[in-house]
Design a protein around this ligand. Structure first.
Ligand code: SF4
Length: 374
């Protein structure tokens, strides 16, 4: 397969997507946090109803794969009982909110997100891939993460509302932040944003009340595996973890988990110690993005992750291996990108998946030989 299908919507628990390995069910834990009980319950559900693997996505969501159509209703009930899925499918569909994972109880990120979650019904119907970002800690952490409507820490020290694709936004207060965000979402729809699909592609001039010149504050320091003031940060190779291994970790520590969009988990209050299938140091495998590839994804013509594991220690810089040109594992450019096409790989440099290649028709062996020599 040389092309890929743009579906224009994202799956959630109420609307799972059929993949090559069964239904894909996406879970968006409130505020990107799982209590120990929720984490254990989710792991059990992944084992009973899915293929026993859990994926952490680039929007800090969790995905269960390999779910059968017959098993999905029971899974949905269990996820609701755990408080991980909204009983209202409309609210669940509107709740794509990416938050700074280092929020603290009562801070701006926590307060604004809690209010936004309570007011999701006030939002208009938005295109399927639209999402929100609440990044209101002392320094922005999510500047590189996709999100159409963004509440961020401003360079002035206050807060700003920024439409994605615009370098600056308008100053807002904590009290009027959610009002302003909802108003911007309504403007987006009223001004034809449905046709554009995403704020960054929407060419209409912003209304005066939201076209300010306030810049976001400089980005904060990236999260790294290892010790952290809030606990321990663990990297997940390719964002995937075995549900049984995660359950064992949670049972051993009885702690909550914070989800990040960087394929890392933050275990609250844990003293860093090795854990099965999780990486506690900045290892080469964490510098590789690879989607699930063939056979799990019907759009892929190549297997991806075995090759990614072989190449990880050989490549300097960021490597992206994508089963097709859609590039699900990484939206931004990588230093090297291998894109599957018609059963072989195209290699490009400083590019996104599907970019004009330097080499085409590469076998995995040829890719290893080429990248190992760079
Ligand atoms: S990028 Fe990977 S996961 Fe996404 S559609 Fe293509 S093959 Fe499938």
């Amino acid at each position: 397969m040389s092309g890929f299908v743009v579906k224009g919507w994202c799956p959630d628990a109420w609307r799972p997507m059929m993949a090559g390995d069964g239904l894909l069910v996406r879970v968006r834990p409130p505020l990107g946090r799982l209590t120990a009980a929720q984490a254990e319950g989710l792991c059990e559900a992944a084992n009973v109803h899915g293929n026993g693997q859990i994926d952490l996505t680039a929007r800090a969501n969790l995905q269960l794969r390999g779910v059968t159509e017959a098993g999905w209703p029971a899974l949905l009930e269990e996820l609701q009982a755990l408080g991980l899925v909204d009983p209202d499918p409309v609210r669940e569909g509107r709740g794509a909110i990416l938050v700074d994972p280092m929020w603290r109880e009562g801070d701006d990120t926590h307060g604004i997100t809690t209010e936004l979650r309570a007011r999701l019904v006030e939002l208009p119907a938005l295109p399927g891939k639209v999402g929100f970002v609440v990044d209101a800690g002392a320094r922005p952490m999510l500047s590189d993460a996709p999100g159409d409507f963004r509440i961020e820490r401003a360079a002035t020290g206050g807060l700003l509302l920024r439409a994605d694709g615009r370098a600056t936004g308008v100053a807002i207060s904590r009290e009027d932040a959610v009002d302003a965000l909802i108003r911007l979402a309504h403007w987006f729809v009223a001004s034809g944003g449905q046709a554009a699909g995403r704020m960054a592609r929407h060419g209409a001039a912003l209304p005066e009340w939201t076209s300010g010149a306030v810049s976001p504050a400089p980005a904060g320091e990236s999260l790294r595996p290892g010790a952290h003031p809030m606990g321990a940060v663990y990297g997940l190779p390719f964002g995937r973890i075995d549900a049984a291994e995660l359950a064992a970790f949670v049972r051993a520590h009885r702690v909550a988990l914070r989800l990040t969009p960087w394929r890392m988990l933050l275990a609250e209050g844990v003293v860093p110690a090795p854990a099965a299938a999780m990486v506690l140091e900045d290892a080469p495998i964490l510098h590789v993005d690879a989607c699930v590839g063939a056979p799990a994804c019907p759009q892929a013509s190549v297997a991806t992750r075995d090759l990614a594991a072989r190449l990880a220690p050989l490549v300097t810089g960021r490597l992206h291996i994508s089963g097709c040109a859609k590039g699900c594992a990484r939206a931004r450019a990588a230093d090297w990108v291998l894109t599957g096409r018609e059963g072989a790989f195209d290699l490009a440099r400083n590019a996104r998946a599907g970019a004009a290649p330097l080499h085409t028709g590469l076998t995995p062996e040829r890719a290893v030989a080429l990248l190992g020599a760079c």
